[in-house]
Design a protein around this ligand. Sequence first.
Ligand code: UD1
Length: 344
Amino acid sequence: MKAKILVTGGAGYIGSHTTVELQKAGYDVVVLDNLSNSNADVIDGIERITGIRPAFEKIDMQDKEALRNLFEKHKGIKGVINFAASKAVGESVKKPLLYYRNNLVTMLNLLDLMPQYGVEALVFSSSCTVYGQPDILPVDESAPIKPALSPYGNTKQICEEIITDTIHAGAPFKSILLRYFNPIGAHPSAEIGELPLGTPQNLLPYITQTAIGVREELSVFGDDYDTPDGSCIRDYINVVDLAQAHVKAIERMLGNKSEEPVEIFNLGTGKGVSVLELIHTFEEATGVKLRYKIAGRREGDITQVWADPQKANTVLGWKAETSLADTLKSAWNWQLHLREKGIM
Ligand code: UD1
């Protein structure tokens, strides 16, 4: 068995897929989650895929003593992957204090306790949102950070700064900041996937819920942007591919291969896809027709962004492998699984 890794937010969308990939690579995983936006059944799904039930602790990381107790109970944690955070952009604009408190206090508690328990490596779940609308595309890691468009985005920038400052001040651990583009899809087994509470704000869950009839019609937010078909362009990255990058990051730090104590990697495919292209690829891949209409632009949306993933490809040794069609099929199979189970 390889090292013991704590995955915070491990019952969530990206956290659960990462737990699976860590277990498959031989790591001993402890999952922490407060279940504020997820369900303990996810642990069953992980076990069905890997045959291994990860240790699970229902803890809110804002409670520092509870987090300390976890480190006491699970002695010898070598790495932490911190997914635990609130992530709805619109909600963050309405409830900024909730976002600042949750996303920052949890980070501070973790950074305080990690050295006390000998943790050597921290992976932070960041976002391409830190680049805003980049001046140059594709965007690489040297692009300037733009003022955040929401409290959510601001917490990602601030957490990156807090980690960097803490390490520059001599904290005895390394960190890798992973800037995700747009994660989509589900595990090919359809045992785990994305389960948004209420009306989805992100495109893919809205598409699959429209396809299955939970939502009447998809709104395409704007077809008058300065792009080839007028709709916005993003870099959609398969969630299992994304999860595998976390395993690479942990291996890199624990294997003493980091070139700097804090390293940053963009995680994307390197290919921009428009909203309309995504809809049509979904229809072709699944054979399901989507009802959609062109609606007005959504406030705060940027026109286009896609990654230059060269650094992740060559330095981290990671590459997005899954095709967009297969990724969209996996999202649809997950939606069908939810229907079978009577969840949605
Ligand atoms: C959003 C966040 C980003 C966050 C990411 C997490 C904003 C501005 N950005 O990214 O900070 O890291 O989620 O997943 O909110 N769209 C439609 N109809 C819909 C929903 C979306 O046309 O019903 C379009 C959007 O206009 C956008 C694209 O689909 O062009 C992707 O939207 P979404 O999935 O919400 O992701 P982002 O906005 O890129």
